[in-house]
Design a protein around this ligand. Structure first.
Ligand code: F6R
Length: 615
């Protein structure tokens, strides 16, 4: 979704802002813009579409710029008003002296807009953001102090905002403020940054101050002051970012998505590191702050998440129920919030989110907290809003994921749930010690098995070419891999725009079978050694009888599959409960290669955003 960077300091301001926005590009956007203080002027440039258009515009107009000392930049993912130049940020007040960029949604913008129009403000856009520009300008005309004008203005805003403001009459100052939308300060030497996310600043500094809700940052090139909305100064800690700038490089891969798929063996090793060190010893999971007695008495676990993270939750249901005997409910956060749930203090609520910023999940988590549940967050962003709400936090440490389509964060979250399941089973004594030893032994082998898949992807690439012209796909599976079917279909949809649906294989004959013919390929996930293999095989035969083209994703060496299926993609054998870790990888690769073959914008699929910060 939208991204913000503000910069004040000795470097080339335009370059810093453009590179910051480039590093936020992965979040998804449809227009971009920046405002630059040039001498005593403020100059605004905006373009539609990709950042390259803004770069070209600035290149063409660089002779207009003389002495740029600071600036604020934005990429916009349209919410209020279409993606258009007039709706792109920065927005200005009527006289054009004040500029603002904004992430989030102002819920009371209609009322504010009417009031401001009555006061003579002239609105140009359909955005909620423009009210902030007029509101702050209005307050500034009374207070003659930008800091106070912002304090007075934010008190009137309802909803979510991270804003950066500059004023023509207040040289070399950028002010930021936030509520329910992320914002951080990058602290430098003779320079400072304001950004909505760490990749925007990582090239320049690792020293960061995270703003909390209702805080205002007053930033010059030599100083950063953080105040509350009453103007009281707050002493904030400088944190050191754990990321390296190299995380934002493709390292020779054509796309970040492919690079991130290939990082997965090491990502799994990272998750296991320090948690399983000896198969005879209990798992170490210091992140879980529930005491052992509470774990033993838990009545229910609720997992809430969206999209790919929801699919992690669906796998986790099988794993946690199997390992611990505790009943697990999994629900999309956007639905959980409308239900009178039976959540209470004997419920463990687990929020799963790669970004830690998903608005629906944050709302759901707050709802669960209000019912006294212990909230555990599984996320790749320990610096996120969601992480700050957690009673227990499992950071999955997959490293920055740049591709919008989640891959390595998915596998890291999955592995974290296996560890959580074992940890809880060890506390509750629900699994016998031989089973536990074998299970841990197999988990330790997982990175090597994923490497085996990644070392030979020819058959997946050939399959991708063969099937790239189909307009529809069905993925089927049963049991713990039903979520893999959902996730495989979602990945394909996201990056190739091919219509793909995941179904419980047993449900095929209850409706979807009507769609089957030679134009509708079926990908069957058949993991051997468990209870679902034979049944999914029969369901695949039913599809074959309706002339569907068949792809098998299987760990079986049974030669019979080669005659039944048009393509057989073989993966290493693991016990069925662990097989989602193995089965998801060919699904990711298939989606990637089909999209790449079709020439799609793999890393930034249309309409999608990496952090979905609106409900
Ligand atoms: C798909 C994808 C999305 C996210 C969803 C929730 O590849 O990444 O479906 O999983 O938008 O986001 P998070 O996990 O950040 O809460």
């Amino acid at each position: 979704m939208c991204g913000i960077i503000g910069y004040i300091g000795h470097r080339n301001v335009v370059n810093v802002i453009l590179s910051g926005l480039t590093n936020l590009e992965y979040r998804g956007y449809d227009s971009a813009g920046l405002a630059l203080r040039d001498g005593s002027d403020i100059k605004v440039y905006k373009t539609l579409g990709k950042l390259v258009n803004l770069k070209n515009e600035l290149e063409a107009r660089k002779s207009e710029l003389y002495n740029v000392t600071c600036g604020i930049g934005h990429i916009r993912w349209a919410t209020h008003g279409s993606p258009s130049l007039v709706n792109a940020h920065p927005h200005s007040c009527t006289c054009g002296k004040l500029v603002v960029v904004h992430n989030g949604i102002i819920e009371n913008y209609k009322e504010l807009r009417e009031e401001l129009i009555k006061k003579g403000c002239e609105f140009k856009s359909q955005t909620d953001t423009e009210v902030i520009a007029h509101l702050v300008a209005n307050e500034y005309s009374k207070a003659k102090n930008l800091e106070m004008a912002i304090q007075n203005s934010v008190a009137k805003l309802q909803g979510a905002y991270a804003i950066c403001v500059m004023h023509k009459d207040v040289p070399d100052l950028i002010i930021g403020a936030r509520k329910h939308a992320p914002m951080l300060i990058g602290v430098g030497d003779g320079e400072n940054f304001i950004a909505s996310d760490t990749p925007a600043i990582i090239e320049y500094t690792k020293k960061t101050i995270y703003l909390d809700d209702n805080e205002i940052a007053i930033v010059t090139k030599d100083s950063v002051k953080i105040k509350d909305i009453n103007g009281e100064e707050i002493d904030k800690k400088i944190e050191i970012l754990p990321w390296e700038p190299i995380a934002l490089s493709k390292l020779g891969y054509k796309h970040f998505m492919l690079k991130e798929i290939y990082e997965q063996p090491d990502v799994i090793r990272n998750v296991l590191n320090g948690k399983i060190y000896d198969i005879d010893e209990p798992i170490i999971l210091n992140e879980v702050k529930l005491d052992k007695e509470t774990i033993r008495n838990l009545k229910k676990i609720e997992i809430i998440a969206c999209g790919t993270s929801l699919h992690v939750g669906l796998v986790a249901k099988y794993v946690l129920e199997d390992f611990t005997g505790i009943s697990v409910e999994v629900e999309a956060s956007s639905e959980y919030i409308y239900r009178k749930t039976t959540t209470d203090s004997s419920t463990l609520v687990i929020g799963v989110s790669q970004s830690g910023e998903t608005a629906d999940t944050i709302t759901a988590i707050k709802q669960a907290k209000a019912k006294n549940a212990h909230v555990l967050i599984v996320t790749n962003r320990p610096d996120s809003n969601m992480a700050r709400l957690a009673d227990s936090l499992i950071p999955v440490n997959a490293g920055i994921e740049v591709s919008v389509a989640a891959t390595k964060s998915y596998i890291a979250q999955l592995v974290s749930f296996y560890l959580l399941g074992i940890y809880m089973a060890e506390v509750k004594g629900t699994l016998d010690s031989d089973y536990l030893k074998n299970l841990k032994h197999e988990i330790i082998q997982l990175p090597t098995k994923v490497e085996e898949i990644l070392s030979c992807t020819n058959s997946i690439q050939t399959c991708a070419k063969k099937f790239s012209s189909f307009k529809n796909f069905i993925f089927i599976a049963r049991g713990v891999n039903l979520a893999t079917a959902y996730e495989g279909a979602l990945k394909l949809k996201e990056v190739s725009y091919i219509n793909a649906t995941g179904y419980a294989a047993g449900e095929l004959k209850h409706g979807p079978i009507a769609m089957l013919d030679e134009t509708m390929p079926v990908l069957s996930i058949l993991m051997s050694g468990g209870i679902t293999y034979e049944k999914v095989l029969s369901n695949s035969e039913e599809a074959k009888a309706r002339n569907a083209k068949l792809i098998a994703l299987t760990s079986s060496n049974d030669e019979k599959l080669d005659s039944l299926f048009d393509v057989v993609l073989r993966v290493p054998q693991v016990r069925e409960i662990l097989s989602p870790i193995i089965a998801c990888v060919p699904c990711q690769l298939l989606a990637y290669y089909i999209a790449e073959f079709l020439g799609k914008d793999v890393d930034q699929p249309r309409n999608l955003a990496k952090s979905v910060t609106v409900e």
